[in-house]
Ligand binder design. Structure first.
Ligand code: P1T
Length: 377
């Protein structure tokens, strides 16, 4: 089936009791058992929930994977992945991942005996150089948050396979509509479903997708053992939202391209970063591994004062953390999403104080451009 048909139908059938076309939200923490050991396969809400299972199946199909495992946030999904390694193991991670991912790995999980190398994964040679005898996993974000740097997914998968490593791609910025890392040989895809998958800025959720039976068994076990599961209602909202993922992503992409082209011509703007611009150094790789360029645009203004006045003057764009919702947001990564990353480290990959990140929503493009124009004036 095509993407939109799967988005609307996969994992869902009319309800057996009532014929309800929309999968109901099963708000229950437990299930009646007929007698000792006799039940319908549902015992306890942390372990099994029908709405969650439908959401997991739906996103798994969209990511071209066999299994989906949902979590209460993107970061709890990252945490679950880390339970596939143990004390003494080494993990290679892209240097410019979401600041919260950096904080969880470097400032929390490192205390449990894990070793991390933070490297620029856009150069595959850097992966080879970072390899140690105890390396077990490689985690990349592509495009990265917020520098929109790409990593070659197929080359990363090849490197991981050759060295017996588990490979992980955080696909949050592309959504399953524009990029499917499992089809390029990656073992696990991660989404902060809080972003494009839910798309309406009213849910915090995360989801992992894999086609590997062994990895799935372990992650499913961890999901229940740790218990960071999303609520049935959040699963229902995400399931409802994927139905419009394709139309939303097309509009995010259209608007972001126009915004990037507008900013690139503006005299107050020093540099625009968007994978859909020919000026992006990895434009060719973007066309190779992505089916669109997404809704995220980053840009540098000429002076720090300009950053402040711009953030104050925007009115259609809202100054806020997060991204991927229908409404346009603007963020100052150095003091907001990436404040946990030390200044020296973030500046090493270009995340300076004059960098502004836009999550371009699906409003009318004329209004978005007019807002940016008046804020930059
Ligand atoms: O916020 P949460 O659902 O826990 O997801 C964490 C996460 C993981 N991966 C990527 C690429 C992300 O962007 C995020 C969350 N990011 C933001 C909140 C932000 O504003 O960038």
């Amino acid at each position: 089936m095509g993407f939109s048909t799967d988005a609307i139908h996969a994992g869902q059938k009319p309800d057996l009791e009532t014929g309800a076309v929309i999968t109901p939200v099963y708000m229950t923490s437990t299930y009646a058992q007929e007698e000792l050991g006799v039940h319908k396969g549902y015992e306890y809400g942390r372990t099994h929930n029908f709405t969650r299972a439908a959401y997991e199946k739906n996103v798994a199909v969209l990511e071209k994977g066999k299994y989906g495992i949902a979590f209460s946030s993107g970061l709890s999904a990252v945490n679950a992945i880390m339970s596939l390694v143990k004390a003494g193991d080494h993990v290679i991670v892209g240097d410019n991942v979401y600041g919260g991912t950096y904080r969880l790995l470097e400032l929390v999980l490192k205390n449990y005996g894990l070793d991390f190398s933070w490297i620029d994964t856009s150069e595959i040679d850097n992966l080879k150089k970072a390899l140690k005898p105890n390396t077990k996993m490689v985690i990349i974000e592509t495009p990265t948050n917020p520098m929109l740097t790409l990593t070659d997914i197929s080359a990363t998968a090849e490197f991981a396979k050759a060295n017996n490593l588990i490979s992980v791609v955080d696909n949050t910025f592309m959504s399953p509509y524009f990029q499917n890392p499992l089809t390029m040989g990656i073992d696990i895809v991660l989404h902060s479903a809080t972003k494009y998958i839910n798309g309406h800025s009213d849910v915090i959720s995360g989801i992992l997708i894999t086609s590997d039976d062994k990895i799935y068994e372990r992650l499913k076990y961890i999901q229940n053992a740790v218990g960071a599961v999303p609520s049935p209602f959040d699963c229902w909202l995400c399931l409802r939202s994927t139905k419009t993922l394709a139309v939303r992503m097309d509009r995010h992409n259209f608007n972001a391209q126009k915004v990037a082209e507008f900013l690139e011509k503006h005299p107050q703007v020093e540099k625009v970063i968007y994978p859909g611009l020919k000026s992006h150094p990895q434009y060719e790789l973007a066309k190779k591994q992505m089916r669109g360029f997404g809704g995220m645009v980053s840009f540098l203004v000429r002076e720090l004062e300009m950053t402040k006045s711009f953030l104050k003057k925007v009115s259609v764009f809202t100054l806020a953390e997060s991204l991927g919702g229908v409404e346009s947001l603007v963020c100052h990564p150095a003091t907001m999403t990436h404040a946990s990353v030390p200044k020296e480290k973030r500046e090493s990959f270009g995340l300076t104080d004059t960098l502004i990140r836009l999550s371009v929503g699906i409003e009318d493009i004329e209004d978005l451009i007019a807002d940016l124009e008046q804020a930059l004036a």
